[in-house]
Structure formats: C-alpha cells, structure tokens
Design a protein around this ligand. Structure first.
Ligand SMILES: C[S@@+](CC[C@H](N)C(=O)[O-])C[C@H]1O[C@@H](n2cnc3c(N)ncnc32)[C@H](O)[C@@H]1O
Length: 223
C-alpha cells in the first residue's frame, strides 16, 4: 500500500494540516491577485467548449472551481485530491457559491485515478504537480482519462531562466518546501514530451519562468 516511505501519505497529511491556512495564503493581498491572474489564464487556455466535462487534478480547497464553473455550460466538473481536509474546504466553497457545474469533489490519487479511459474533455492541474511524488505516473494517468480530442493545461512552478529572478528563487526554495511545494523545479515539459501522446500548443511563463502554464492536446494515435 502506498509508495516506499509513504511519501503520498506525508503529502496528504501536510495538506490536511495546511487546509486551515491555505486560502489565506493563496489569497494574500498582492500574491493572491497575481495568482488569480495565473489561474484565470490557465482556465482561458483550456478553451472549454459547450458540453465539456472537466477534471481538476489536486483541486485542493477548490480555489479555481467558481472561476472554472463560469466557463462550463452543459458539462460537469469533477475535482480530485488526496487530502480529505482540503476536500472539505472545497465542499464548503461549492456550497457557499452554489456552484452547480461541480458534480463532485472526491478523494482520488492522481497516480491511480479511478476513472475510465477517455472520460474527460478537459483536464487541468494548477500548482498540483509540484507536490506529487511521481509526476511521470500522474501525467500518464491524466492522459489516460483525457479523451482523444481533449485538451490539458498545467499551471505550476519551475526553475527560472532570468538571472535576476534566480536571486529570489534559491533563498525561497526552503520556504516553498514548508508550504508543500516540494518539487518546485520539475521539468514537466520534458515529461509531457516523453509521453509522445500530447502535443504542446502553447507555453506561457510568468515571473521570469518561475511559473509556467503549458497547454496541450492529445496526439491522435495515428497522427
Ligand atoms: C498546492 S495545492 C494546489 C491546490 C489547487 N489546485 C490550487 O490551485 O490552489 C496541491 C494539492 O495537490 C494535492 N495532491 C498532492 N498529491 C496528490 C495526489 N497524488 N493525488 C491527488 N491530489 C494530490 C494536495 O493534497 C493539494 O491539495
């Protein structure tokens, strides 16, 4: 059960603990406004069509759900997370904002999703892959549940290229780890390319590359 050293159990426990403060941190005056812009940009990049069903990976406290719901017509949103306490926060948010487009938020591990192949038209993950112990497995699962003409957007943190930003980046790493951003500098772009199953259509970077947003679509099997 679980992976060696139960890294996933540790992640779930960490987010259970942080669930009380997560929204306060992520909606902090200036940073919160900037993060909202990134999240809205990620949602725009998903290019949700009428009737699309959307999966939000590592939905956490459901911060993006109200904004995501504004784009979903005649379709449903499902959010998954491994932290029960974060999910509780998400459920409260859904109730508070009466978000009808959300079918459910449920406990599920992105590395072993319980959905059938080709279940979703759109898959989104915002600041989730940076916390997940095995991103290769996660990306593989996200592709498996994505329909063949589906689109996927990943918004996350990366290693900046800009030398000025690097001055802030390295001292910030230990602090970021405390907040659960354990794998801050993951190269998700290479992981996506290595799958040979997704075509990257666009990659935006923010903050000198410290945050990026990758939009991709399924490569058709014979294309
Ligand atoms: C930094 S939070 C991001 C939450 C939300 N997406 C947002 O933008 O605010 C990362 C979330 O990923 C979840 N997570 C970590 N590992 C996971 C896994 N293996 N499966 C599903 N969710 C996971 C954590 O519990 C946490 O809620």
């Amino acid at each position: 059960m679980g992976c060696r050293y139960d890294r996933k159990g540790k992640v779930a426990k960490r987010y259970d603990r942080w669930s009380r403060f997560y929204d306060a941190l992520d909606t902090f005056p200036v940073l919160g406004r900037i993060e909202k812009k990134w999240r809205l940009s990620a949602i725009e990049s998903l290019k949700i069509d009428d009737g699309n069903n959307v999966l939000d990976i590592g939905t956490g406290s459901g911060l993006i759900l109200p904004w995501l719901a504004e784009h979903v017509t005649n379709g449903k949103i499902i959010g998954v997370d491994i932290s029960e306490k974060m999910l509780l926060k998400a459920k409260k948010r859904i109730k508070k904002y009466e978000i009808e487009a959300v079918a459910s938020v449920q406990k599920d591990d992105v590395e072993t999703l319980t959905f059938q192949n080709n279940s979703f038209d759109r898959v989104i993950a915002t600041f989730a892959l940076t916390t997940i112990p095995n991103p290769e497995k996660a990306v593989k699962e996200m592709i498996r549940v994505l329909k063949e003409d589906g689109k996927m957007v990943i918004l996350d943190t990366g290693k900046p290229k800009n030398p000025f930003v690097k001055i802030f980046y390295y001292p910030m790493l230990p602090i970021a780890r405390v907040f659960g951003y354990t794998y801050f500098d993951r190269d998700i772009k290479s992981i996506i390319e290595d799958t040979n199953k997704l075509k990257i259509i666009n990659m935006k970077t923010f903050f000198g590359g410290m945050v990026y947003c990758i939009s991709c679509e399924r490569e058709l099997p014979n294309g």
